[in-house]
Design a protein. Structure first.
Length: 85
């Protein structure tokens, strides 16, 4: 019975952490859009992806890296593929 309680607790903790990462990922995307706007750059998915890649390359904090990866994944998943004719 103790194992079931521990397992349930671990699963709940995992989903809580994932929720926080997703929330933080959205905050990061919002901040990146703000940075791009403030520097008078075009704000499109390509610019957001490039900025997130820059952040991933320069960051050393593992938690922030996870958040940046989550944000990058969200942007890439919502970016339509280029159509080559």
């Amino acid at each position: 019975m103790h194992n079931m309680t521990t397992t349930a607790s671990n699963i709940a903790e995992y989903f809580t952490q994932q929720h926080e990462l997703m929330k933080n990922g959205a905050d990061v995307i919002t901040a990146v859009v703000g940075e791009l706007s403030a520097s008078q750059q075009f704000v499109n998915n390509k610019a957001i992806i490039l900025k997130l890649l820059e952040k991933l390359e320069s960051e050393t904090d593992e938690v922030k890296l996870d958040i940046y990866r989550q944000a990058l994944e969200a942007v890439v998943q919502r970016t339509p593929d280029d159509i080559i004719s």
